[in-house]
Design a protein around this ligand. Structure first.
Ligand code: 13P
Length: 339
């Protein structure tokens, strides 16, 4: 394992002013997104959609890396038939790959899930490296409910994340460690804070136990939010303050960067929250705080695209705008009037 090269890649992924585009929707998730715009989810349409995003002129100013799905890693640009990982690498954008096999019911823990995908992972990582991937993603899903999360759910998911991360580093691939606490439900922001703190502590304990090099990874957490069905919704300032507090308590400063998921927030909220956190932390932040958004970077673009060639320019403009505003948010220079 080359520690220097892992840490170099991790630092490039979270470089100030740039962030990650999560375009790794699995085929079923992609179908859900395409259903919302009445576009059939077939291989050609998925290729065309990803091509539209990745060939947006100038996107590399704001996008440091793209998380791809297995199918996309093997697809090519429409204009030049160039493999996406090769095209992105030439552009200075690091190709990444989702390697987990999704969240499945956790036996003995009603309603809770554990992420699968460790079996055979080592050989898949070897192939992904050869295809050009230099970082990977594994997402664990935690729910907040009456008796959830259970200790067993936290332990099983943290263990999986750490085993995955260690295996990635062994293969020269930087792991994005993503323990996502879902913000669906009626829980308050205080409950979200408590669970986030517990999840992050458990995750970092397991990373330590599995000898994961913290300098060569990127954390992808949820922000601390009020549950979407909670009657009292926290303000931008509260979300930013509480998220920064929990991160300071749990994330060692050896980790170069934190790239948030958007998790169903509106695109404008996701940008405003990131901006406020960067304003609070300022230049003395222990880590670079950036984005690894899926929906919050893509939603307006997907809507503008509608699966039509004549809409590509509008769709690219919409993606460019969100990427640019989020880039400003990594420096605390965004304001809602820019919308
Ligand atoms: P969202 O930003 O849409 O939550 O997606 C990010 C992601 O990669 C989820 O695993």
């Amino acid at each position: 394992m080359n520690l220097n090269s892992l840490s170099e890649i991790a630092n490039a992924m979270v470089e100030k002013g740039r962030g990650i585009l999560a375009a790794d929707e699995s085929t079923p998730t992609c179908k859900k997104r395409f259903d919302s715009i009445n576009v059939e989810s077939n291989e050609a349409n998925r290729n065309a959609y990803r091509d539209m995003l990745f060939t947006t002129p100038g996107m590399e100013k704001f996008i440091s890396g793209v998380i791809l799905f297995d199918e996309t890693l093997r697809q090519s640009t429409l204009a030049d038939n160039e493999k996406f990982p090769d095209y992105l690498t030439k552009l200075g954008v690091i190709p990444g790959i989702k390697v987990d096999k999704g969240a499945h019911p956790l036996p003995g823990c009603e309603g809770e899930k554990v992420t699968e995908g460790l079996d055979g992972l080592n050989s898949r990582l070897e192939e992904y490296y050869d295809l050009g991937a230099r970082f990977a993603k594994w997402r664990a899903v935690i729910t907040i409910g009456d008796s959830a999360p259970s200790g067993s759910c936290l332990a099983a998911n943290a263990h999986g994340l750490a085993r995955y991360a260690a295996m990635c580093q062994e293969n020269g691939i930087v792991p994005i460690v993503e323990p996502e606490i879902l913000m669906d439900g009626e829980h308050t922001i205080e409950e979200s804070f408590i669970v986030t703190e517990e999840v992050l502590h458990t995750t970092f304990y397991e990373l330590y136990s599995q000898n994961v090099l913290l300098e060569g990874m990127v954390l992808k957490p949820n922000m601390v939010l009020s549950g979407y069905a909670c009657s009292e919704q926290a303000s931008v300032d509260e979300v930013a303050e509480m998220t920064v507090t929990v991160l300071k308590r749990c994330v060692p400063s050896a980790v170069p960067g934190i790239a948030f998921l958007s998790g169903g927030q509106s695109d404008e909220d996701a940008t405003a929250h990131l901006n406020k956190m960067n304003q609070i932390l300022g230049d003395n932040s222990p880590w670079n705080l950036t984005y690894s958004y899926g929906r919050a970077l893509q939603a307006p673009s997907l809507k503008a695209w509608e699966g039509k060639q004549e809409n590509v320019k509008d769709a690219q403009d919409a993606f460019y705008k969100r990427a640019k505003l989020n880039s400003l948010a990594t420096k605390g220079e965004y304001s809602p009037e820019m919308e």
